[in-house]
Design a protein around this ligand. Structure first.
Ligand code: MN
Length: 241
């Protein structure tokens, strides 16, 4: 049986000419490709009523949290700083409900970019609303290069699950201006940038399979990179669920 992977979808809230000014639900194609390449069945979940989260999670074998808007700072009891960018509270609260139900059902999670941030917040962690709030920030995390290019290196904890998937000191792309500040107690950091930003974490609970990464592996699938291996690993984890 091929596992069904719920991909938390996004909404284009601004009118776009290419869609004849209609609003659209979407997910970037890289997430679909990554799951399909790994022989998983992607199922895009449109933003909806948080009360419907259980119905969705009941039908999936793993949850993929995708990139996108800033996380509303209200989720970690802060007011928006002057540097916060667009937020989409409806998405935050729907995905929060998906996360809570997925953790309850102990189904695997693969969290990417915004996903690593939201998952941390839902479990009680906090974020830097902007990297300029981090005193040791000195690496470009909002890279000027195209997404298939690795923008900065990461150091991976040799004992982590991530280390069994990726080579250490690998170059990852980087498109974030927010980052994990206080990591939730239920997680353990597994990779860092050279300026000390948490770039990946996993769950402390061996019964809860989580890989969360701050970069965009779905945008590095077509180059000579091992990023498809993260999707292959996720599908394997979802089969065991
Ligand atoms: Mn980065």
């Amino acid at each position: 049986m091929k596992p069904i992977i719920g991909i938390a979808g996004n909404i284009l809230t601004k009118h776009a000419e290419v869609f004849h000014d209609n609003l659209v639900t979407y997910t970037p194609q890289g997430f679909v490709d990554g799951v399909q390449n790994a022989q998983g069945i992607p199922l895009v979940l449109p933003i909806g009523d948080p009360e419907t989260a259980k119905t969705y999670v009941n039908q999936i074998d793993g949850l993929l949290l995708a990139g996108g808007q800033d996380i509303s700072p209200f989720l970690y009891n802060e007011e928006p700083s002057i540097k916060i960018q667009e937020t989409e509270p409806k998405r935050d609260y729907f995905e929060k409900a998906l996360i809570i139900e997925t953790l309850k059902q102990k189904k695997p999670i693969f969290a990417i970019c915004r996903g690593i941030q939201l998952l941390n917040v839902v479990e009680g962690g906090t974020l830097y609303q902007d990297l300029s709030d981090y005193p040791d920030w000195h690496i470009q995390h909002l890279q000027a290069s195209i997404p298939s290019v690795g923008g900065h290196s990461i150091t991976i904890d040799a004992g982590s699950h991530l280390a069994s998937i990726l080579p250490d000191n690998y170059h990852v792309n980087s498109y974030h201006h927010q980052a994990v500040k206080k990591l939730a107690d239920s997680f353990v950091a597994t990779a860092w940038s050279k300026d000390g930003i948490i770039e990946a974490y996993e769950s402390r609970d061996p019964a809860q399979s989580i890989v969360a990464v701050q970069w965009h592996p779905e945008l590095m699938l077509n180059e000579d990179t091992p990023m498809q291996a993260l999707f292959d690993d996720f599908i394997q984890r979802s089969k065991k669920a």
